[in-house]
Structures are given as structure tokens and as C-alpha cells.
Design a protein around this ligand. Structure first.
Ligand code: PMP
Length: 298
């Protein structure tokens, strides 16, 4: 296995509260509210050929997630866009992952955080395929998670909030221990919801089905792929899908900024064959996000 280079010990620059600071100096104090109480929101973006895909939608979602957690970023959406661009330029990256994160600082310790300062940092790094490419084309195998996506009455399910990921990490680990790539989570009602960091689509008789995102992230990739599918003339049904139905689908794929479009070959004991629709949408997505290829396709 390749040696792991820890994320705190790398070259480059991280944008932090308005300045580009040397990577190893982008630190926070141990008594930071966000570390103790989960008061942080973040984004995951990808740049292709030097351009961050759907950048403004990501910056807007960051601001919206912060509002849901009752905090206001000092920067506007346009300023966040600009800071993300500056970060990739400072690190001389063109194809990379971009991670903005906003959090409550260390002015106050305790549940109340009214006086905390709000911080924003942006890091960017090379990040190839989220799932190994060979595995991705064959379709990844995923398991069924035990934890469920929470009820919107229980947690701020529309925010991309750090705290919502603690159950995702537990489930991703459970899947990895079983030799699987990821886990499918049901929602609090027992309906199919999403994977630990991606949305899910299922295909039956040439029609694409995907769960209604009423208690989990309506991913930017999800919305992009729905538009691409409709452009090709496919019918897309957003609806409640129960796990009992899994045996009736022929294809399955997941979508996300990191995962892009990744076909699935198995969910637990249910098997799928990455087919025409998954392959078409994987191709359409990659040509849309890669500006050079997009030009070639037009
Ligand atoms: N669900 C979860 C839990 C995620 O972490 C992500 C990745 N941000 C997604 C869905 C997909 O969202 P997007 O397409 O906006 O990256």
C-alpha cells in the first residue's frame, strides 16, 4: 500500500479567513466550538481543467447550510467563489478536489455559541477517482447500512453539516470491513435514501427512479444527472422507493461530486448490471464536466 501523506503535512497554501497561509500553518485551537459541538458546514467541489464545476451552486449551498445552523459567513457567495479560484491557482492545480469549510471559533465553550467568530477556510488537493477506476466501470459493491438518515424533525438534514457525517463514517467503515465500497442508507421511515457521500439512482424497464430528497442532500451532481437524463429523453421518477423493490431493478448508479457517476453491481444480495443507461450518463457527465471534452462533443 502506498505511504499515506497526512493532510496536515503537505506543501501548498490554504485560504483561511481572507489569506493564503502556508499549508502546515493552517491550524485552529483545540477549544474550537466546531470540534466539540459540530458547528461546522462544508462543501466538496471538483475542478476540471482549471474550472470548478458548478462553483456558485456550491458556494450558495455553503451559505445556506450555515444559515440552517444559524450562522452567517462574513463572505458573500461571489467572494467565496473568488476565494476558491484563488486557492486552486495558488496551489497550481487544475484538476482537483476543493474543500471549503466554515466553522464557529473558540471565543465561547459550551452549547451556546452566540459570541463565536465565524471562520472560513478553503483547501484543494489532487484527488483522482473516489472509487478505483477498474472497480468503477465494473460497478462497485455496496452494503446496507444499519444507521438511517434522520428525520428532518431530528436533525438539519438539508445542511451539509459536519455532524451529519458521523454515522456515515461508521457505515463506510462497516462496509469496508466487509470488503465493500460503500453503504446504502435507508431513511427514518425505512425508505431508500442515499449512500454515505452520494445519491442513488435505479433503473427498471428503461425508466430511471431516484428517491425524493426530502430528508437528505439533493446533490448538485444528482440534479445535473437528472437534467442529462431528461435531455436524452429518459423518464426520471423521483419517488419513495422501498428496499423490497431492489430485486426489480436492472441497473443502479450513484452520483456525487467525488463519486461523479459510479455504476453499482450489488447492494447486499441484490445484483445489477451496469448497462446502457448508467454508461450513457457516466459518459455525458464526464463530457459535461471536462471543458475540453465538452468542446469536442459539441
Ligand atoms: N449525499 C451526501 C451525504 C454527500 O456527502 C454528498 C456529497 N456532497 C452527496 C449526497 C452528493 O452531493 P453533490 O452531488 O452535491 O456532491
Amino acid at each position: 500500500m502506498a505511504e499515506i501523506v497526512p493532510f496536515h503535512d503537505r506543501d501548498g497554501f490554504i485560504w483561511m479567513d481572507g489569506q493564503l497561509v502556508p499549508w502546515r500553518e493552517a491550524n485552529i485551537h483545540i477549544l474550537t466550538h466546531a470540534l466539540h459541538y459540530g458547528s461546522a458546514v462544508f462543501e466538496g467541489e471538483r475542478a476540471y481543467g482549471g474550472e470548478i464545476f458548478k462553483l456558485t451552486e456550491h458556494s450558495q449551498r455553503l451559505v445556506d447550510s450555515a444559515h440552517i445552523l444559524e450562522f452567517e459567513l462574513p463572505q458573500s457567495v461571489a467572494e467565496i467563489d473568488q476565494a476558491c479560484r484563488e486557492t486552486i491557482a495558488a496551489n497550481k492545480l487544475t484538476d482537483c478536489y476543493v474543500r471549503p469549510i466554515a466553522w464557529r471559533g473558540s471565543e465561547q465553550m459550551g452549547v451556546s455559541a452566540q459570541k463565536t467568530r465565524i471562520h472560513l477556510a478553503i483547501a484543494a488537493w489532487d484527488w483522482g477517482s473516489y472509487f478505483p477506476m477498474e472497480e468503477r466501470l465494473k460497478g462497485i459493491r455496496i452494503g446496507l447500512a444499519k444507521y438511517r438518515r434522520p428525520d428532518p424533525a431530528t436533525a438539519p438534514t438539508k445542511a451539509k453539516a459536519a455532524g451529519l457525517y458521523m454515522i456515515c463514517t461508521v457505515e463506510k467503515h462497516r462496509a469496508e470491513r466487509a470488503g465493500l465500497a460503500d453503504a446504502l442508507m435507508l431513511d427514518y421511515r425505512g425508505r431508500i435514501a442515499e449512500c454515505t457521500g452520494a445519491n442513488i439512482f435505479l433503473v427498471k424497464d428503461g425508466v430511471i427512479h431516484t428517491p425524493d430528497p426530502d430528508c437528505f442532500l439533493d446533490g448538485i451532481t444528482r440534479r445535473t444527472v437528472i437534467a442529462l437524463a431528461k435531455k436524452r429523453g429518459y423518464e426520471v421518477r423521483e419517488r419513495a422507493i422501498l428496499p423490497d423493490e431492489l430485486a426489480t431493478f436492472s441497473e443502479c448508479f450513484i452520483t456525487g461530486t467525488a463519486a461523479e457517476v459510479t455504476p453499482v453491481s450489488a447492494i447486499g444480495d441484490f445484483t445489477f448490471k451496469p448497462g446502457q443507461i448508467s454508461e450513457a450518463l457516466l459518459g455525458d457527465y464526464m463530457s459535461l464536466v471536462q471543458p475540453d471534452k465538452k468542446l469536442a462533443a459539441e
